[in-house]
Design a protein. Sequence first.
Length: 487
Amino acid sequence: MREKTLREKVIEGGFWVFSIRICSRIFRFIRTIILARVLAPHDFGLFGIALLTVSILETFSETGFLAALIQKKKDIKPYLNTAWTIWVLRGFGLFSILFLIAPYAASFFNAPEAKPVIQVIALSILLQAFTNIGVIYFRKELEFNKQFLYQIGGAIADFVVSISAAFLLKNVWAIVFGLLAGKIVSLILSYLIHPYRPSFNLDLKKASELFDFGKWVLGSNILIFLITQGDDILVGKLLGTLALGFYQMAYRISNMPTTEITHIISQVTFPAYSKLQDDILKLKKAYLKVLQITAFLSFPMAGLIFILAPDFTKIVLGEKWMTMVPAMQVLVLWGLLRSIGATTGPIFQAVGKPELITKLNVLKLFLLAILIYPFSVKWNILGTSLAVFLAALIVNPLASLLAIRVIRCSVAEFAKLILLPMIGTLAMITPIVVFKHLVSASSQLSFFIAFICTALVVYLGLAYLFDLVFAYNIRAFKGQLTTSKEG
C-alpha cells in the first residue's frame, strides 16, 4: 500500500477531527438542552464560576509544551517523559492551590455555594495531568482516527453521568459529576489506545528547549483566556451568578458551530502547516483552501443562528432562557469573526512566528478592557457581548492581513473567499426575515424546521452558481476528498 500524501493525510485527518467534534458535540448539545430544561440558570452560573476559577490557574501555568512538540521536526520521543513529568507536577500544584483558594474565589463572586464545587472540579486537573502523553502522536502524525476513540469515550461518559444525575439530583452537581466521569474515562483510554508508557524523568535542558517555543504559546493562551473568559469573570462579579448563567448559555449556543470549525482548523492545520513551513507556495495554497472551507461553513451557520435565535430559545430551551437572546445574536457575529480569525493562528505558529499571535491578542485585550465595563454597566449582558464583538471586529481583520502577507497572498484572493459565502448567506436569510415579519406564528417547530431546510437549499444552490460563474471552486474539495478515500 502506497504512503499517503500530506494533502490526503490532512483531508482524512480533517474528516476524523470533524467526526470527533460532531459526535462529541451532539452528545454535549443534547446534554445542554436536557440540562437547561431540568436545571435552573443559577446552576449553570455556579458551574461557570467554578470552571472559571480552574481555568484561570490552568491558563496562567500553561507550559506550551504540546504546541512545541507538534512543531518540532525531529524525533520528539526523548522529550516526552520530561514534558509528562512537568505536567504531573503542575497538576498536583494546581489541585492543591485550587482546594485552598476555593473559599476566597467563592467570596469574590459572592457565591458561597461555589466553594465545594470548585474543590471537586479541581480533581479534573489532576486526572488530566496523568493522561498518557503518547496520544500527542495522534495529532502530530495526523492520526485522528485513533484520537476519535480516545475522545469520544470521555464525551459519552460525561453525557450518561450528567443526564442521569440531573434527573436524580436536579442541581449543579449533575454537571460536575459528568465532567469528572469524562476525565476518568479519557485517562483510562489514553493508556489503552496508545502503547507509550511515560515515566518520571526531568531533564531541565530539554524542558528549557520546549519552553523556548512554548513561552509564546503561554503568552498567547493567557491573552486568549483574558479575551474569551474575561467577560465571564466580569459578568459573574458585576452582574451576578444568574446573569453569568444566561451569558454562558448564550455563548455556548451561539458559538457552538463556529467553535467546532475553529477547533478542527487548529488541530489539523497546525501540524500540516508545520510540515510545509519551508514551501511558501504550498503553504499559501493550503491556507486558501482552509479559509474557503471555513468561510463556506461558518457564514450560513452564523446567519441561521442569528436569525432563528429567538425561535430556537423558545422552542428548545424554554421561556426561562429568553432573556439571553439579544446577547446570543451579538455573540454569534463574534463567533463568525473568530472562526475566520482561527485560520491565521496556525500559520503564525507553523512558520515560527507565534509572537504575532501574542501581539495581536494584546491589542484585542486592550480594546476589550476599554469597552467591557461601561458597556456591561449600561446594557447588562448585551453590553458585554457588544464589547467582545467590537474588539474582534477591529483586530481579526488585521490578523488576516498579516497572515496573507506571511504567505504572500493578494487581498483580492482572500476577499473572494469571504465575500461569496457572505453574499450567499444574506440571500439565504432574507426570505426568512420577510416571512417572520408577515407571519406571527413563525415560532412554531414546523416553521423552524422549514426555515432551516429552505435556507440550506438556497445557500447550496447559490454556491453552485458561484462555482460556475465566479470559479468559486468549492466542488473541488469533494473531488479531493474522494481521491483521498480511494487512496
